[in-house]
Design a protein. Structure first.
Length: 393
C-alpha cells in the first residue's frame, strides 16, 4: 500500500500538470508503465512462477496460458516452425515474454525438431526481463533482448496477451448522441489518513470526468458503431498503431497474436454497454480501475476487426483468425497430449486440467482468439485449416 500511495502521488502530480484532467489512456499508461512505479515497471510479482503448479500455487496476480502447461508452447511451436520453414528463416521475436515460460517451451520444441533459431525478446518490464534472463540463460547468446522493435525482421513474431495491456481511450455516448471522451481527475477532497484507513482511501482519490471528444475520434467511432445512449466502451488506438508499425518492419514472415477479445460486431454489441475494462489483483478480477494504483493489472479486450483493418492498411495479409481452442487443436494439441509421458499420475491430472482450461468454451478456449498477420506466407497456415473465422471480421 505504501507503493500504491507513491503511485497515487505521482498520478496527482501528472493530473495537476495537465490542468486537472487527463485522458484515461494517459492514466492507464502511468499506472502500468511509469518508470519505477507502474505495475509493469516496478518489482511486484505479476505471474505465477511454476507451470506445473500454476493452478494451485497462486502467486502473482494472474495466470497466462504458458504458465498453465508447456503443451501450449509446444503446440504453438508447430505453427512457428511452419512459418520459419516457409520463409526459410531462423528468427523468432516475442513481445512481452512474461516469465519466459513460453520462450523456454518454444526453444526446447524447436531444438527438438533440429530448428536452431535466434530468439529475440522485447520486454518493457525490468523485473520480468530479469526473470527471463535467468530462465533462458542456457541458450546463451541465442536469446537477445531488444530495446525497441527492429528496423527490419524476417521470421515469426509472437505476442501472447500483449495488445490487451496497451492503454486505451474510453468513451461514452450521451443521450443526445454526442461522443464524450472519458478522463480522470483528482477528487476534490483527498483522504489523508494513514495506516489501514489509507488503503481504504486509495480508490477514492480519483474519478472519471467526461469531456467532448475530438471531431476525429467522433468520426472514427461513428464509423464503428451506432450512437447508443449512455453506452461506454474503449478504442485501442495504440494497438492499431502497433500493427501499423509491424507492417513497416516485418519484411517476410508472420505475426501470431493471441489475446482475448471479439470481432467488432460483438465488441460493440448493445448488451456490452459497460465496456470491457478489467483489473486483476491476486487472482481476483474486477472492474474498479481506480483501486490500488500500481498494484493491479488493467486490461481491455481486443477489437480484432480493428486489428485486421490496421494490418491490411499496413500492407499485411490477414492469414487466419480463429478461437484459441480451434487453433490449438488444428496445430496438433491432441497428438502432443497423447504422446505426453508425465512423471506421475498427479502431473498427468494437472496437465489434463490445464489443457481443458485452454480449450474449454467456458474457460480460455472461446474467449481467447488467435490472429495471424504476415507477408510472403502461404495461406492457410496449419492453425487455421479448420474453423477459420476471417469472415466474421
Amino acid at each position: 500500500m505504501a507503493h500504491s500511495q507513491r503511485v497515487s502521488a505521482f498520478l496527482h502530480q501528472q493530473i495537476a500538470k495537465a490542468g486537472g484532467w487527463i485522458p484515461f489512456s494517459e492514466w492507464m499508461h502511468h499506472v502500468l508503465y511509469a518508470p519505477g512505479l507502474g505495475y509493469y515497471a516496478a518489482g511486484n510479482t505479476k505471474l505465477a512462477d511454476s507451470q506445473a503448479n500454476a493452478t494451485t500455487h497462486l502467486s502473482g496476480d494472474f495466470v497466462t496460458a504458458p504458465q498453465l502447461t508447456p503443451l501450449f508452447g509446444q503446440t504453438l511451436t508447430r505453427q512457428i516452425a511452419e512459418v520459419l520453414k516457409q520463409t526459410n528463416t531462423a528468427h523468432v521475436l516475442e513481445f512481452g515474454a512474461g516469465s519466459g515460460a513460453l520462450a523456454q517451451d518454444i526453444l526446447e520444441a524447436l531444438d527438438a525438431q533440429g530448428l536452431i533459431v535466434d530468439y529475440f525478446i522485447l520486454e518493457v518490464s525490468a523485473d520480468l526481463k530479469h526473470r527471463q534472463q535467468e530462465r533462458l540463460s542456457r541458450w546463451g547468446t541465442r536469446v537477445q533482448w531488444l530495446e525497441r522493435a527492429p528496423e527490419h525482421f524476417a521470421g515469426c513474431v509472437v505476442a501472447n496477451e500483449v495488445l490487451d495491456a496497451m492503454p486505451v481511450e474510453v468513451f461514452r455516448w450521451t443521450e443526445e448522441g454526442a461522443l464524450q471522451l472519458r478522463g480522470v481527475k483528482s477528487t476534490a477532497s483527498r483522504n489523508t489518513a494513514s495506516g489501514s484507513a489509507a488503503s481504504e482511501s486509495l480508490a477514492q482519490d480519483f474519478m472519471f470526468e467526461d469531456r467532448p471528444a475530438s471531431d476525429t475520434l467522433t468520426h472514427v467511432m461513428q464509423n464503428r458503431m451506432p450512437a447508443l445512449p449512455d453506452y461506454r466502451s474503449e478504442i485501442n488506438l495504440q494497438a492499431e498503431a502497433w500493427i501499423n508499425n509491424l507492417g513497416a518492419w516485418l519484411t517476410r514472415g508472420a505475426a501470431l497474436l493471441i489475446d482475448y477479445g471479439f470481432p467488432r460486431h460483438e465488441y460493440y454489441h448493445p448488451q456490452r454497454h459497460r465496456g470491457t475494462l478489467m483489473c486483476h489483483i491476486q487472482h481476483r478480477a474486477h472492474d474498479d480501475v481506480f483501486l490500488a494504483p500500481g498494484l493491479q493489472d488493467i486490461t481491455a479486450h481486443v477489437d480484432f476487426t480493428a486489428v485486421a483493418h490496421a494490418a491490411q492498411t499496413a500492407g499485411l495479409d490477414v492469414l487466419g483468425y480463429t478461437s484459441q481452442a480451434r487453433f490449438l487443436l488444428n496445430a496438433g494439441l491432441a497428438d502432443i497430449l497423447a504422446a505426453y509421458a508425465p512423471e506421475s499420475e498427479q502431473l498427468r491430472a494437472q496437465t489434463n486440467g490445464a489443457v481443458q482450461k485452454l480449450i474449454s468454451e467456458a474457460e480460455m478456449g472461446e474467449l481467447f482468439k488467435v490472429i495471424a498477420l504476415g507477408r510472403g506466407v502461404v495461406d492457410p497456415l496449419i492453425g487455421f485449416v479448420r474453423g477459420d473465422r476471417r469472415g466474421s471480421l
